[in-house]
Design a protein around this ligand. Structure first.
Ligand code: PMP
Length: 414
């Protein structure tokens, strides 16, 4: 019901609350976002956010190429462009994906505002309210947000240290079909998963795709971290590489270059790609041309593989600092994953501990993390938390984990 009270400036009463579409009820602030304000206080070691360390970028070179871009191609860079994205950039994107075994055509690439928008567009064109989307448990927090906004019914499937379990996936698809709510999409982050830090093994990859194909479920492969491999000397083969008709692949320059540029993409089977372009057109008319051309120029003129190598070196050192500190300080009964790339470690607490209830005490001890519940659509995850090693330098990571271990130790003793 709408209030009769006139709304005063600054009033918390929303006179329009009776007007919202039903889908707005699913739009709530994620736990990660709510944490950011607190975690950014300088005295707190934030192991919460997944912010890449952009300070390591060659800022002078980036500034120079942006100035050149305006001087040389300003009339194009500052004009409207197409909703599919700049062709030159789409060619570059195909070269980037080739490293993961993907033979993509620029016509099948849609440039998006980060891969987040690709996630939104795919959901918009495939998911009606009540449709079932299957995801790993746990899964990327903002994917849950997008799915909630489109009123999807999210069903989780278990993972182990080798990624999603193909048998569990097949059983879930069969059960959902029997219940009359068959899955439409399987959303997966198979490589260096956010939040679990787990990677789907090479052995399981074809089996997972086959399970989806048999069940008639479209795979949505979200892969922003694939090039940040910290152990292997080359990236893993993407799911999309061997199943171009069954997989929509999402990529991003956010983790390999800069999230502030907001350039990501979807590679989709041709018919799907046409729908995505139409959806993109209605969402934003044209992509930010300047940002696309800046990314493309960066990729074509800068020693990108070397810069990526520097990123890997930095994240490898930070991951080492986190895993060493966990080993050194955590009390018995705490376990964690050992990521082979990406940004995240998933920590499981001893039986009976609640990471959400513990968070205020951790903040008091000047360390922040993300409670596990944010990564489940069904309230699970209380006994777990996500730690990220991408942003603080190694000494801070060590201090943060030590403080966290003290907080957990005190809870265990309670
Ligand atoms: N997918 C996953 C799994 C992510 O971790 C992120 C960023 N945290 C995104 C998508 C969105 O990235 P962007 O929109 O910056 O490309």
């Amino acid at each position: 019901m709408q209030s009769d009270e006139p709304s005063r400036p600054g009033s918390r009463v929303d006179p329009w609350r009776g007007h919202y579409a039903a889908r707005a009820a699913g739009m709530v602030a994620s736990e990660v976002r709510a944490l950011f304000a607190v975690a950014s206080r300088p005295e707190i070691v934030s192991l919460a956010g997944g912010m890449p360390n952009v300070a390591a970028l060659p800022m002078d070179a980036l500034g120079a190429l942006m100035a050149e871009l305006v001087a040389e191609r300003g009339a194009v860079a500052l004009q409207y462009g197409s909703a599919q994205g700049d062709l030159g950039l789409r060619e570059t994107i195909c070269e980037v994906m080739a490293a993961e075994g993907i033979d993509g055509h620029p016509d099948d690439v849609v440039v998006t505002v980060g891969s987040q928008q690709a996630l939104d567009l795919v959901t918009r064109v495939f998911v009606d309210p009540g449709d079932t989307v299957v995801t790993e448990a746990p899964t990327y927090v903002t994917a849950i947000g997008v799915l909630a906004a489109y009123q999807a019914n999210v069903v989780h499937v278990a993972m182990d240290d080798a990624g999603v379990v193909p048998e569990a996936l097949a059983e879930t698809f069969a059960r959902l079909a029997r219940e009359g709510r068959p899955a439409k999409l399987f959303y997966t982050v198979p490589t260096f998963q956010n939040p679990a830090g787990v990677t789907l093994t090479e052995e399981r990859r074809p089996r997972v795709v086959e399970v989806c194909r048999r069940a008639g479920v479209l795979v949505l492969e979200d892969n922003p971290y694939g090039l940040l491999h910290l152990d292997a000397d080359k990236p893993l083969r993407a799911l999309r590489a061997d199943a171009p008709a069954d997989v929509i692949y999402l990529g991003s320059f956010s983790k390999t270059l800069a999230p502030g540029l907001r350039v990501g993409w979807a590679l989709a089977p041709a018919a799907v790609r046409e729908k995505l372009v139409l959806a993109a057109e209605s969402a934003m008319l044209s992509h930010a041309v300047f940002n696309q051309l800046a990314v493309d120029r960066y990729m074509r003129t800068q020693p990108w593989p070397e810069q990526l190598g520097n990123f890997r070196e930095m994240y490898r050192e930070r991951r080492g600092a986190m895993l060493d500190a966990l080993e050194k300080y955590m009390p018995p009964g705490v376990s964690w994953t050992r990521p082979a790339g990406g940004f995240f470690v998933w920590v499981t607490l001893p039986e009976g501990l609640d990471s959400k209830a513990m968070l205020p005490r951790a903040i008091q001890s000047r360390v922040a993390y993300v409670p596990g519940t944010g990564f489940y659509a069904n309230g699970d995850g209380r006994q777990a938390m996500r730690l990220s090693y991408c942003y603080p330098p190694p000494e801070r990571i060590n201090d943060g984990v030590r403080r966290l271990a003290d907080v957990i130790g005190a809870e265990v003793r309670l």
